[in-house]
Design a protein around this ligand. Sequence first.
Ligand code: SF4
Ligand code: SF4
Length: 375
Amino acid sequence: MTLTSEMIKTKAKELGIDLVGIGSIDRYENAPTLMNPQTYFPEAKSVIVLAMRIPRGTYRGIEEGTHFHNYSFYAYNRLNTIFRPRLTYELACFIEDHGWEAVPHYPAVPERAPAEAPVAKDKVPHDVVCSVRLLGVGAGVGEIGHSKVFLTEKFGPRVRLGSIFTDAELEPDPIVEPGTICTSCGRCVRDCPGDAIPPVRDEDKKITVEIGGQKISWGDVHMGRCTLTHHGLNSRVSPFLKKDFPNLEFDVSATDITEEEAYRFTHPVALGNWANPFYEENNGSTIQYYKYILQHCGYFGLCGAKGCIRACMDSLEKAGKIQNTFINPFYRKPPWEIKVEREGKKIGVINPFREEGLDRLHPGIRAGEQKESKF
Ligand code: SF4
Ligand code: SF4
């Protein structure tokens, strides 16, 4: 049955998908085996990449420091796991209604894919997970900015991507010339609270790959620092860490932790319990808000992509590089940041949580106890 790129794009528009691009499979021939659409679906002829916008207003609460759920809910987890996959599914069904197989690709990240044993001797280890950003480049949807965030001409960095592989041979879109959108302004570098993005001019910290005959480069982002920050262990942008660990002077920019270690560290801390009978406010959670936001919104996203999306978006809006324009600028006052410093004096043997709890519950009972640490 006839199926054209134009038919797919018209259907995508009807479904409410913001952007669609199509790449021919040969553009991905240099992709590593475990990230190659053809390892996944050997007969694939085309890769369809769709983008859904992140509404600019989902950053407002985190920008004001007054509301943190919205970014995680509407702009991250639910956009990536519900709103966009639902439309990806609908588009895949439309393709299959025309007699062509359509593989909607599970939105995982390649660096987190498990190294499982092959199911047979002639197979590669599963799961094959393609980089949706590289698929997006090959499908002409946009480019990878210096920050490694995917940029589009319509929405700048405010998009989440999905992909479908099909055996239908479709008219491909031209690849966006590298440097069309990213201005190499360095705002993402300066505003990232984890100091995770390398300087724009540091050629040693650039990743370069080839897609469809184009050389594509971006900064080698320190994913350990990014993950620590994004998952809430950076006091500079987490009032919740500051509240439950007021004495922690942990400088994320000085760490060289790997992404894997950062995951192992942040999730157990967020989901853990510590029975402290004197600190009633946090219901036994290690960090009360983290368990709450994970359970209610499905993810943290606690830095609100301060550098790689918010600052980049502002820079590109000012440079006239984003077609989706607004009446008012995003930043209406200087952004907030929390100082990474110890609260109060050196602690030593003193346990302020116990003291506060006892003073509240049993005033006077600590009479005669050591008052100050000699630390
Ligand atoms: S802020 Fe955006 S436009 Fe500027 S260098 Fe970073 S990715 Fe490129
Ligand atoms: S998600 Fe946050 S920590 Fe990671 S690069 Fe973006 S601004 Fe930096």
